[in-house]
Design a protein around this ligand. Structure first.
Ligand code: SME
Length: 160
C-alpha cells in the first residue's frame, strides 16, 4: 500500500473533504491503535501544517499524551485542567482564539497562540481528545470544528 496522501490546495472545507476519506482509507488497513493515531496526526500535520497536532488518551483520572506531530508536549493533564481537560470534562469541542485569555491554559509551547480541542466520544464517554495548536491567533473556526468532529466520528473504530 502506498503511504502517500494527496494534499489539497483548495479552501479549508475542500482540504478537509479531500483529507478525511484518505485518513479513513489509511486506518482501514491497520488494527493497531498507536499506528493509526500516529498516521492521523501525520495526515493533519501534512495538510494543514499546524504547530502541534495529536491525541491525548483518557486513562483513569488523567489524559495521557498519545501520538502527535510537533514539539515535545506535556505528558499528563488532569480532568478539568487546561483546554484539553476542560473539553474532556464537558464533552464538547473548545475553540480558543487566544490561549493567553483561556484561564488555566497549559502552555506546552510558548509559541502556541490558538487552539482547538475535539473530544472523541464513544458510548457517551470521552475516551480521548484531538488537540491542534497554531502559532497564529484565531486560527481555528467553526469549519475546523465541523470537520474535526466529523473526523473523530469516523475514526471511532481506532478506539474499539
Ligand atoms: N494547551 C493544552 C495542553 C496540550 S498542548 O497544547 C499540546 C491545554 O491547555 O490543555
Amino acid at each position: 500500500m502506498s503511504e502517500d496522501i494527496i494534499l489539497s490546495r483548495g479552501t479549508k472545507e475542500e482540504q478537509y473533504k479531500n483529507l478525511i476519506p484518505q485518513i479513513q482509507a489509511i486506518i482501514s488497513g491497520e488494527t493497531d491503535q498507536t499506528a493509526n493515531l500516529a498516521n492521523i496526526a501525520a495526515c493533519l500535520k501534512q495538510q494543514f501544517g499546524w504547530w502541534w497536532v495529536g491525541f491525548y488518551l483518557a486513562k483513569n483520572d488523567e489524559l495521557v499524551l498519545g501520538p502527535f506531530q510537533g514539539p515535545v508536549a506535556c505528558n499528563r493533564i488532569k480532568m478539568g485542567r487546561g483546554v484539553c481537560g476542560t473539553a474532556w470534562e464537558k464533552g464538547t469541542t473548545i475553540i480558543v482564539e487566544d490561549v493567553e485569555k483561556f484561564p488555566g491554559h497549559i502552555a506546552c509551547s510558548s509559541l502556541s497562540k490558538s487552539e482547538i480541542v475535539v473530544p472523541v466520544i464513544m458510548n457517551n464517554r470521552v475516551i480521548a481528545v484531538l488537540d491542534a495548536d497554531s502559532e497564529h491567533l484565531s486560527h481555528f473556526d467553526e469549519i475546523d470544528k465541523t470537520y474535526l468532529e466529523i473526523l473523530v466520528d469516523k475514526i471511532e473504530t481506532v478506539f474499539s
